[in-house]
Each structure stands twice: as C-alpha cells, then as structure tokens.
Write a protein of this length. Structure first.
Length: 244
C-alpha cells in the first residue's frame, strides 16, 4: 500500500477493554504497514459528538452504548458530514447490518481479532485515500466540513471571504485561504478561473459564451483574460486529462 498521510481516527466505546483492543490493533497495523494513525477515544457517543469538528477520517462506533447508541450517533454524524468513514463494532452482526442505512463502510464483530481488523483496514484505507483526493475540508464558523469536489459548482471571493456554491447550498468559509491557493490545489481536478474572483468546476459547465458561462443554472461573467483558460480546460476534460 502506498504511504498515506496521518489518518485521524475516533473511537467511541464504553468498554475500556475493547477500546484498548482497538487501539492495540491500530498500533499493530502501523507497525506492519505504511500507515500512521492519530487516535482519539471517547467513552460514549454523546462525548464524541460534542468534540466533533469534521476532524476525523475514520470513526469506530460501538453499537450498544449507554445513552445514545451507535446508530443514533451515526445519524447525527451523517447530518454534519456525509463522507466520514464509519465502522461499527458489535457482538451481534444483525445489528451491524443496520449500519448500511447510514452509509457505514463495514462492521467488526466482538471479540476482536487482529487479522479481521487488518483485512478491513486495508480496504478502508484504500478507499479513504481515494476519497480524500476527491474532497476538501471547508472551515465554517470554526467547524470543519468535508465536501466532495464533485458537489462544488463554483467558488468566489467576496469581501475577503471565500464562498462555496455547492449542491447542498452556499457556504461562506472563514479559513483565511486565498482564491489563488485554492486555484493551485484544485486546478488538477478541473477548476479554473472564469474571472478574477471566481473559480468554476468545469464538469458543471452547461454553456460557454463570449463573455459568460452557465453552470448549475447560474450565469457568471467570463473575462477576456480568463476565457482562453476556460476553453482549454473544457478541451482537457473532453480528452480525459482531468483527475477523477
């Protein structure tokens, strides 16, 4: 497996013994593979939700926890983050199967066995690596939200703040990033400036005129300076030269 950045993991498990077993499995996986984990542990789901800021890549959830059970916690997480990877931990597979209704990646049965964990982690991290390349974290009022790039229609700067126009609505970011920094990051994925203050997702373009572009039902101005770049990006998309 290719080397990956640090994977941020959260564990919500009310049984300290199983919480430690999960951590031991992750540590053993680090020793045997090119992987690195940053692990946060919580004794219940409510505590995890209290600390959630869109800052985890992978969450292990015990289904049978006091107070909020793992399924309830998963639903709350999904309302804030559609892409965080969820793996349920349970003693009964029949409960874990319900996890697919909240987009869980998989489940692990108790008692824990490292070799099962190893196999499922390899699959999870492979998918996670691909997913991270196709999404970005947006800082909104101090909270981080991961948004798939395919759901972003365009990005513009207004009053020194970055506004994201997505399929879920408009988000105004407080990250402090510049449009130029975003351009450098997103150009390989098909984002291009159509004017000084706007980046568009070339995949969502419906019509390009001499001085305007339409995407997602919105018409935006295209400056003479940037029109050539938009045309070139459209041609690049047609030839399959944009990262997917």
């Amino acid at each position: 497996m290719p080397q990956m950045p640090v994977i941020r993991v959260a564990i919500a498990e009310d049984d300290p013994e199983y919480a430690k077993q999960l951590q031991d499995c992750l540590h053993r996986y680090e020793e045997q593979h090119e992987a690195s984990f940053s692990v946060s542990t919580f004794q219940n789901g409510a505590e995890l939700l209290e600390h959630y800021r869109g800052n985890w890549d992978l969450v292990f959830l015990d289904i049978n926890m006091p107070g909020m059970n793992g399924m309830d916690v998963a639903r709350e997480l999904r309302s804030m983050d559609h892409t965080v990877m969820l793996i349920f931990v349970t003693s009964l597979a029949q409960y874990a199967i319900q996890g697919y209704s909240v987009g869980a990646f998989d489940y692990i049965l108790k008692p824990l066995h490292y070799y099962e964990m190893d196999m499922k982690l390899q699959l999870a991290l492979r998918q996670l690596g691909s997913r991270q390349e196709k999404s970005m974290l947006i800082k909104l009022d101090g909270d981080l939200h991961r948004v798939p790039l395919e759901q972003i229609d365009y990005i513009e700067i207004k009053s020194h703040r970055i506004c994201y126009y997505t399929r879920q609505g408009r988000f105004e970011s407080s990250s402090g990033q510049t449009l130029r920094q975003l351009e450098d990051t997103l150009t390989p994925y098909g984002f291009v400036r159509c004017n000084k203050g706007t980046l568009i997702n070339i995949r969502h373009v419906e019509y390009l005129g001499s001085d305007m572009v339409t995407l997602a039902g919105v018409t935006l101005p295209v400056s003479r300076t940037h029109r050539k770049a938009v045309v070139e990006m459209l041609l690049k998309l047609a030839k399959g030269g944009i990262l997917t």
